[in-house]
Design a protein around this ligand. Structure first.
Ligand code: HEM
Ligand code: HEM
Length: 339
C-alpha cells in the first residue's frame, strides 16, 4: 500500500479543477484579440498595412541591402531570429536578443528596457542603428522615392498628405503592418473561452504559474510586457545570463534603482522564440523557468514543477500569421546602391 509520502510524490497528482482555474485565469489574463483597429486613436487602413508589409520585408531599408526587419523578426519562426544576440550590418553582433514582433502591439512600451513608447517610435531605431541596418532617414527616403510604385503606395496609405514619402510615414506603415501580427486562438485562449483544451499536466502548470507568483509580473494579454522589474529581484543570475555591462532601464532613466531592471518578457509564443532572456544565453525553456523561480521568486522549483509550467507555456502558442511574401518594386537607376 502506498504511503502518504509516496502519494505526494506521485507524478499523477490530481489535476486542478478546470472550471475553478478558468475563473481565476479569466481574471488575470485576456485572450489575444483577432484584430487591432486603431493605434493612438487613429484607424489603421488596409493601404497602410500593405505598405508596411513591403517595408518589413524590404532589405533596402538597410545600407547593405541585405537586412530587412524580417531578418531578425522572421515571421516564419515566431517573429524572432532564434540566435542569442542579433547579427546586423557587417556581420556585427548586437548586444541583445531579438524579441518577437508577434503581439508586440499589446506591450506597454517597446524594447527589453521599454525605451520606445510604441511601435512607430520603435521602428525608427533599427533602421538607423549601426549594428542593425546602419542607414539614415535621408538615404531611406531617397531609396523609397526612387521607386514609383513605392511613391504610389505611400500616396494610397497617407492620402491626405502632400509629401507622404518620409521616414515618419515609413514608421507609421511598419507599425500598421505589425498590428496585424497577432496570434489568436492558442489552446490557452480556447481554455479561457470555455473549452477543455488543456490536459491535466498543462492545467497543473497553469495552477503553479498562478500559485508560485509568476503572475505578479506575467499577466494580461501577453502574460508580461506591462511593467519593469529587476532581473534578479531575489537572486541575481550569473554574469552569463545577466551580463554586467547591460544595466537595462538604468540607461533610459539614469536612476540607480533601475539598474538591471527590464520589462517582464511577454510570454505569448515563448515556445517558438528560444534562446531566452535579453542576453539570449538560455536555450532550454525549462531552464529559463527554473531561473525565474530562483531569481524572481527566491524559490527552487522542483523538476516536476518546472516541467508542468513549461508545458503550460507551450499552450501559449497561437495561430501564426500567414503572411504572403510581397513582391517588391524593382530598384531604379536613382536607387542608392548598397554599401
Ligand atoms: C526590438 C521591430 C529590425 C533586432 C524590436 C521590437 C520591435 C522591432 C517591435 C520590440 C519588441 C518588444 O520590445 O517586445 C523591428 C522592425 C524592424 C526591425 C519594424 C525594421 C525596421 C531589426 C533588425 C534587427 C533587429 C534588422 C537585427 C539586426 C532587434 C533587437 C531588439 C529589437 C536586438 C531588442 C533591442 C533592445 O531591447 O535593445 N524590433 N525591428 N530588429 N529588434 Fe527589431
Ligand atoms: C523573463 C517565465 C516569474 C520578471 C521571463 C522568461 C520566462 C519567464 C520564460 C523569458 C522569456 C523570453 O526570454 O522571451 C517566468 C515564470 C515565472 C516568472 C515561469 C514564475 C516561476 C517572474 C516574476 C517576475 C518576472 C515574479 C518579476 C518579479 C521577468 C523579467 C524578465 C522575465 C523582468 C525579463 C528578463 C530579461 O531581462 O531577460 N520570465 N517568470 N518573472 N521575467 Fe519571468
Amino acid at each position: 500500500m502506498a504511503t502518504s509520502a509516496s502519494l505526494a510524490q506521485a507524478p499523477t497528482a490530481a489535476a486542478p479543477d478546470a472550471a475553478e482555474l478558468r475563473g481565476v485565469a479569466q481574471a488575470l489574463f485576456a485572450p489575444v484579440p483577432t484584430a487591432v483597429a486603431e493605434v493612438r486613436g487613429e484607424a489603421i487602413t488596409a493601404e497602410q498595412v500593405e505598405l508596411g508589409k513591403w517595408l518589413f520585408f524590404d532589405p533596402r531599408l538597410s545600407r547593405s541591402h541585405v537586412i530587412s526587419c524580417n531578418t531578425c523578426h522572421n515571421v516564419a519562426t515566431g517573429g524572432a531570429d532564434n540566435v542569442p544576440t542579433s547579427i546586423g550590418h557587417g556581420w556585427q553582433k548586437g548586444p541583445r536578443n531579438s524579441p518577437t514582433v508577434l503581439n508586440a502591439v499589446f506591450n506597454i512600451a517597446q524594447f527589453w528596457d521599454g525605451r520606445a513608447a510604441d511601435l512607430k517610435e520603435q521602428a525608427k531605431g533599427p533602421v538607423q542603428a549601426s549594428v542593425e541596418m546602419n542607414n539614415t532617414p535621408d538615404r531611406v527616403e531617397a531609396t523609397l522615392r526612387s521607386m514609383p510604385a513605392y511613391v504610389a503606395a505611400f500616396g494610397r496609405a497617407f492620402p491626405r498628405e502632400r509629401d507622404p514619402v518620409n521616414f515618419e510615414n515609413m514608421a507609421r506603415a511598419l507599425e500598421a503592418f505589425e498590428t496585424t501580427l497577432t496570434t489568436p486562438d492558442s489552446r490557452f485562449d480556447r481554455f479561457l473561452a470555455g473549452a477543455d483544451s488543456l490536459d491535466a499536466e498543462e492545467l497543473r502548470g497553469l495552477s503553479l504559474f498562478v500559485e508560485k507568483g509568476c503572475i505578479a509580473c506575467h499577466a494580461g494579454v501577453n502574460l508580461g510586457g506591462q511593467a519593469y522589474y529587476p532581473f534578479g529581484v531575489v537572486e541575481r543570475p550569473g554574469a552569463d545570463v545577466l551580463p554586467p555591462g547591460d544595466k537595462g532601464r538604468f540607461a533610459v532613466t539614469q536612476t540607480a534603482s533601475d539598474e538591471y531592471v527590464f520589462r517582464a518578457a511577454p510570454l505569448r509564443n515563448v515556445a517558438l522564440t528560444a534562446p531566452y532572456f535579453h542576453s539570449g544565453q538560455v536555450w532550454d525553456l525549462r531552464q529559463a523557468v527554473a531561473i525565474m523561480g530562483s531569481a524572481q521568486l527566491g524559490h527552487e522549483l522542483n523538476a516536476a514543477e518546472v516541467e508542468s509550467i513549461t508545458r503550460f507555456l507551450h499552450t501559449l502558442t497561437g495561430n501564426q500569421p500567414r503572411v504572403a511574401n510581397p513582391v517588391l518594386p524593382a530598384s531604379t537607376a536613382a536607387t542608392p546602391r548598397p554599401e
